[in-house]
Write a protein that binds this ligand. Structure first.
Ligand code: LMR
Length: 393
């Protein structure tokens, strides 16, 4: 039976981690998978998380099962950051913990399918795993253009997708810090998107994986909140893997916005059943650590400072790249200064990407996506010189 299986290509992003690790060159640069790095190239555990973990170890008295919804204290503590002061939106929001943002996206798509959604529209390029999840869950994926060549978001395309959607369609949008382009919708564009969702009644699936890595926690979620304020229903996937640095601990949350509070028990019972069949219950440790951070004002302050430092460093890298626009003509590096989060996609062809890897030891996704946090004071000049080399006519 098993010999019928055809070999699958390894996930390209995860394969890049291995390729980079095997390269013996000391000045190699890893711009591949999306993890934050310090100016020294490290991805340390947040100080606030270390302290929370210590408390957790001291105080946790059982590791007995919780249930498919996971740590509800964690899920509730996160709500004000996502939904604002009225953190339940009048009792219309319920949430549950998931294994990372990926688990939340999967649950969003699976729940949408259970409710009758057959097609999901999504701007491309997108995080490659989005399309894989849609295919695996078994809904059709319809693509629209996310960004224009000038480096701004394509509003007409997203409005076209929402307004042209059929009665069993949903539309998936990145809440902020778009992966892989870094191109986010402006506040005015979000207002138009919110209006379109409200007018059509199309279900929004909102993926918030990089909250706080763009301009700030409030600023980065403002677009999502504009949509939520206008629509009767929405599904929100949230990741704490980047903004709490918990990557491999897999910390995510899935929130459901219902038309009326009375509909939530039925909706959440379906989400619980899907979670139970998929992973039974989420891993506990990371979510519990986030709960400790968010319930302790001094740890919250420390976390916010760490997040501010990350964001400021990425802004500096982006400004440096934008200032080098003339050094690598044709790549529109200037646009990177306006974009957000860990990623940018450079219009490099396959040969240029291979040359960057082979000649310069620079690793990036085959799409031309770079993780700007892989750059720092010690390697940015080298990166810009390498770009100049591969783009020289
Ligand atoms: C990325 O896009 O690099 C991250 O979201 C990590 C992943 O799981 O792909």
């Amino acid at each position: 039976m098993l010999d019928r299986l055809q070999a699958q290509a390894p996930d390209a992003l995860l394969a890049l981690i291995k390729m980079h690790a095997q390269d013996p060159r000391e000045d190699k640069i890893d711009l591949g998978v999306g993890v934050y790095r310090t100016n020294e190239g490290a991805t340390p555990v947040f100080r606030a998380i270390k302290k929370a973990e210590q408390k957790l170890v001291d105080e946790q008295d059982s590791k007995s099962y919780l249930g498919p919804e996971g740590d509800t204290g964690f899920v509730d503590a996160l709500k004000p950051y996502v939904f604002g002061k009225d953190a339940t939106m009048g009792g219309r929001i319920e949430g549950m913990q998931t294994p990372g943002g990926t688990g939340a996206v999967r649950l969003a798509v699976a729940l949408a399918k259970a409710a009758g959604v057959t097609r999901v529209h999504m701007g491309t390029p997108s995080w490659p795993n989005h399309a894989q999840i849609l295919a695996d869950v078994g809904v059709e994926f319809v693509s629209f253009t996310h960004a224009k060549p000038d480096g701004s978001a394509d509003l007409d395309a997203v409005l076209g997708a929402i307004c042209g959607a059929g009665p069993t369609d949903a539309v998936l949008l990145h809440g902020c810090c778009h992966n892989p382009t870094g191109v986010d919708y402006t506040a005015d564009q979000w207002a138009a998107i919110a209006e379109a969702f409200a007018e059509t009644g199309v279900l929004p699936l909102l993926d918030v994986a990089y909250h706080g890595l763009g301009h700030g926690l409030e600023e980065d979620i403002a677009g999502v909140r504009q949509v939520l304020a206008k629509v009767p229903e929405a599904l929100i996937a949230y990741s704490c893997d980047k903004n709490f640095g918990l990557y491999r601990d897999r910390v995510g949350a899935f929130y459901m916005l219902a038309k009326e509070p009375g509909q939530l028990p039925a909706i959440t019972s379906n989400a619980n059943a899907l979670a139970r069949a998929n992973w039974s219950m989420p891993p506990d440790h990371g979510g519990a650590a986030v709960r400790y951070v968010l319930r302790d004002p001094s740890l919250t302050r420390e976390w916010l400072e760490e997040l501010d430092d990350m964001r400021a460093r990425m802004r500096r890298v982006r400004a440096r790249l934008a200032a080098a626009d003339n050094e690598a003509p044709g790549l529109n590096l200037a646009a990177l200064g306006e974009q957000n989060g860990l990623f940018a996609t450079l219009p490099l062809d396959k040969n240029q990407i291979v040359k960057l890897r082979e000649d310069h030891g620079i690793y990036m996704a085959g799409s031309g996506r770079i993780n700007v946090a892989g750059l720092h004071a010690g390697n940015t000049d080298k990166f810009i010189a390498a770009l100049a080399d591969v783009t020289r006519g």
